[in-house]
Design a protein around this ligand. Structure first.
Ligand code: FAD
Length: 565
């Protein structure tokens, strides 16, 4: 049933390959060189971070009238969607990173980079305070301050442990390249330790029990990669202990991949069951000790049980970085989860500060007002009702404006609305009450305001903001026009609009689930090929593209490397 769109899929696959790196490749910049613009005229832009949001901003910034200072503790960009592949050696860590100096070198904008972390933002005096991560490099003065005219915050997020005791001390995270490398070494360690003589059978079983906490896209992909690594490569090398290996996936909610289409969640749960991955839904981890995980069984009257484990990976979502929390307290946003911005990505409560990517959230106050207006327009004769067909058109308009609504529609959280959209022609004239429909939609109002924390959102925001900066001077000179620069109200630019291009969930065994716009779901081997081509094309440079494709080919021919180096 999921393979209905295979010819469509092949077409998309072909287009993706033909377009090559087009999705993330950017043109060389024309116009004046930085030398041609007097230094004194230049506005100073400070960019915090070298992740998806900041790099996309830098790559699209074309106006040489800025002097840019990038500050980040990482002097490279990391292609995070391939981190789970690094944990099992399917691709090498160095294949998914690109030095930022390489990315900035080709531009005609004056860009300086400092390997340091920002520790404090002083928006009142337009200063950021930073600390070099290289010890003793500034004659003992590791801290320095940088002034800015514009500040762009793209520092991503922390892992969120929900303050669960023992998680920081005993669990691995999967957020940075170093985390993925550490996981790879620990998996091999577990196999070597379990192979030592004089280890009891019970202890071997504990050591070879891999627990993954969190059934979102990262947890699911890691579980699938680990299962492939163990069953495709390691069991051949460690034949004596292969039957003792166990993988458990713990999820507090009722289903895996709850943000995906119901069919994908169900397929993933069935596949994992067939693969022998123990999926425990409704299981909330309440404590992690050195050798045991304590779980509260939510379906079983909150009964607490403990399971012994050898290695645990924690992947339950993201939290706010401490210095961003301090900044939020400074500008009256202390109660928020992430920096609140308007639809032009300007941080609310301060001037000339922008935030994008995982550290920010857009205040879409007007979502429900907009939705009400769309309903009103559709109800031409003021009857307070719409036919199913009219409602389907209304939802089409809403999803186009707010792609995140479409995402929620496909998840289980709005199944009542989703069912109405599937009504066939016979039911098309059935009358629906507008107030009840609005009420059903407003149940998820708070969630609809948030865009997903993904590379896709971060990178689109970076591109959008760079385009605004490229035209800022022109529109400041001509505040009333030209028309295309005018947004709504008193703003000069159109507000940021997210365009959802689809999402993937690799499920192991060369099978991937793809959920693309237009209610298009495909699961299987053909989607895996689509995944390969999209991820190859989205690489940040031809160098990393070549390295990643070579790694995949190497893995196909020789399998994954199990040396612990
Ligand atoms: P990041 O990319 O995290 O970048 C943050 C930057 O800020 C880094 O350079 C960091 O070094 C820097 N920084 C940190 N602290 C400071 C400081 N104090 N001062 C200055 N700089 C600082 N998204 C998808 O769309 N598709 C996927 O398939 C996908 N898979 C993922 C798999 C994994 C394992 C993970 C962890 C994430 C995945 N994501 C995926 C999510 C995606 O990686 C994030 O949404 C994206 O990285 C957010 O971009 P960002 O620029 O906000 O933050």
């Amino acid at each position: 049933a999921f393979h209905d769109h295979q010819s469509h899929l092949k077409l998309v696959l072909l287009c993706t390959i033909v377009s090559g790196g087009g999705l993330l490749a950017y043109n060389a910049v024309g116009g004046a060189t930085s030398e041609e613009v007097a230094v004194t005229e230049k506005k100073k832009v400070v960019v915090l971070g070298t992740g998806w949001a900041a790099t996309s901003f830098m790559k699209n910034l074309k106006n040489p009238k800025y002097e840019v200072q990038v500050i980040s503790p990482r002097n490279y960009f990391a292609f995070t969607p391939l981190l789970p592949s690094v944990t099992c050696g399917t691709v090498e860590a160095r294949s998914i990173v690109e030095p930022v100096r390489n990315i900035f070198r080709k531009k005609n904008v004056d860009i300086q980079f400092s390997e340091a972390e920002c520790v404090k933002i002083d928006a009142e005096n337009k200063k950021v305070y930073c600390r070099s991560i290289l010890k003793n490099n500034l004659n003992g003065k590791e801290e320095f301050a940088v002034d800015y005219d514009y500040l762009i915050i793209g520092v991503g997020a922390n892992v969120n442990t929900f303050n669960t005791p023992g998680v920081v001390e005993n669990c691995h995270f999967l957020k940075e390249v170093e985390d993925a490398q550490k996981i790879r070494r620990t998996v091999i360690d577990c196999f070597e330790r379990a192979s030592l003589p004089d280890v009891s059978e019970e202890e071997r079983k504990r050591i070879l029990h891999f627990a993954i906490v969190g059934g979102g896209p990262t947890g699911v992909e890691f579980a699938a990669s680990l299962h492939d690594f163990v069953n495709g490569d390691l069991v051949r090398l460690y034949p004596g202990i292969k039957d003792l290996v166990k993988i458990t996936l713990l999820e507090a909610g009722d289903h895996l991949l709850s943000m995906f289409d119901k069919r994908i969640s169900a397929f993933a749960e069935d596949k994992f069951q067939r693969d022998g991955i123990d999926v425990k839904t409704g299981s909330m981890v309440v404590k992690v000790s050195e050798k045991e995980i304590s779980i509260k069984e939510l379906k079983n009257g909150d009964e607490t049980t403990t399971i012994p484990y050898g290695m645990a990976v924690w992947s339950t979502g993201i939290g706010t970085r401490p210095f961003i929390k301090d900044f939020m307290a400074q500008i009256g946003q202390a109660s928020r989860r992430a920096l609140l911005t308007d639809e032009w990505l300007r941080v609310e409560g301060c001037n000339n500060v922008y935030a994008l990517g995982d550290c920010a959230t857009i205040n879409q106050r007007k979502v429900m007002e907009d939705i009400a207006a769309i309903f009103k327009k559709a109800d031409k004769n003021n009857s307070g009702t719409l036919t199913v067909k009219e409602f389907q058109e209304v939802m089409g308009d809403i999803c186009e404006r707010y792609p995140q609504v479409e995402l929620y529609l496909k998840s289980k959280q709005m199944s009542n609305i989703a069912d109405l959209l599937k009504e066939d022609k016979v039911e098309a004239k059935k009358q629906l009450n507008i107030e009840e429909l609005k009420k059903a939609l407003s149940n998820v109002d708070s969630q609809m305001k948030f865009l997903p924390a993904t590379a896709q959102v971060a990178s689109q925001q970076g591109t959008y903001l760079a385009k605004c900066f490229n035209r800022m001077e022109e529109s400041e000179k001509n505040p009333e026009g030209p028309l295309r620069f005018r947004g709504e109200g008193r703003h000069r630019f159109k507000p940021f609009r997210y365009k959802h291009l689809g999402q993937f969930a690799p499920l192991g065994g060369e099978q991937t689930a793809a959920q693309l716009p237009g209610d298009w779901v495909s699961i299987g081997h053909s989607s895996q090929w689509l995944w390969y081509s999209v991820y190859a094309s989205k690489q940040v440079s031809w160098r990393t593209r070549a390295l990643v494709v070579t790694d995949w080919t190497r893995r196909f021919i020789f399998g994954r490397d199990s040396s612990r180096i």
